[in-house]
Ligand binder design. Structure first.
Ligand code: HEC
Length: 115
């Protein structure tokens, strides 16, 4: 009997976990607003104070978008981006703060042009 109750509890938990969408559109937008807009701007153009200071690329520009590579972008957000020559940090690493699923959703959000 005890085992059966446990099984039911575990099954219910597993079903709840599987059925919870990993990242809903509004959540992604909120996560982006909290962590990313201060540099990239809500419109991804990087026209923020920090953006201008750090010469943040306009993530909506055709030449930048042409070089988009989802797995590289996920790596950039997870591990951060440093200047290859000076080692100076361009973008901080978010791997410790956000989950892999959140980062993937954010990158898809950027790829979609913040839609
Ligand atoms: C401190 C300012 C700053 C913050 C905060 C920031 N970024 Fe960036 N981001 C940059 C800079 C600078 C670059 C350009 C890096 C480079 O290539 O030199 C960049 C580049 C990128 C790129 C392109 C990477 C590539 O490999 O092409 C993506 C995607 C990106 N950011 C997403 C995000 C997301 C998502 C967040 C929030 C979780 C975020 N950024 C937060 C400064 C920032």
């Amino acid at each position: 009997m005890r085992t059966r109750v446990m099984t039911a509890v575990v099954t219910a938990a597993a079903v709840a976990f599987v059925c919870t969408p990993v990242a809903r559109a509004e959540d992604v937008k909120e996560t982006f607003t909290k962590n990313c807009t201060m540099c990239h701007g809500a419109d991804l153009k990087g026209q923020t104070k920090v953006g201008q200071l750090r010469k943040i690329p306009d993530l909506t520009a055709a030449d930048v978008r042409a070089k988009f590579d989802r797995s590289r972008m996920i790596k950039s957000v997870t591990e951060g981006v440093k200047d290859e020559d000076t080692g100076k940090e361009h973008m901080r690493a978010f791997g410790a703060k956000l989950s892999g699923a959140e980062i993937a959703a954010l990158v898809d959000y950027v790829i979609s042009g913040a839609k």
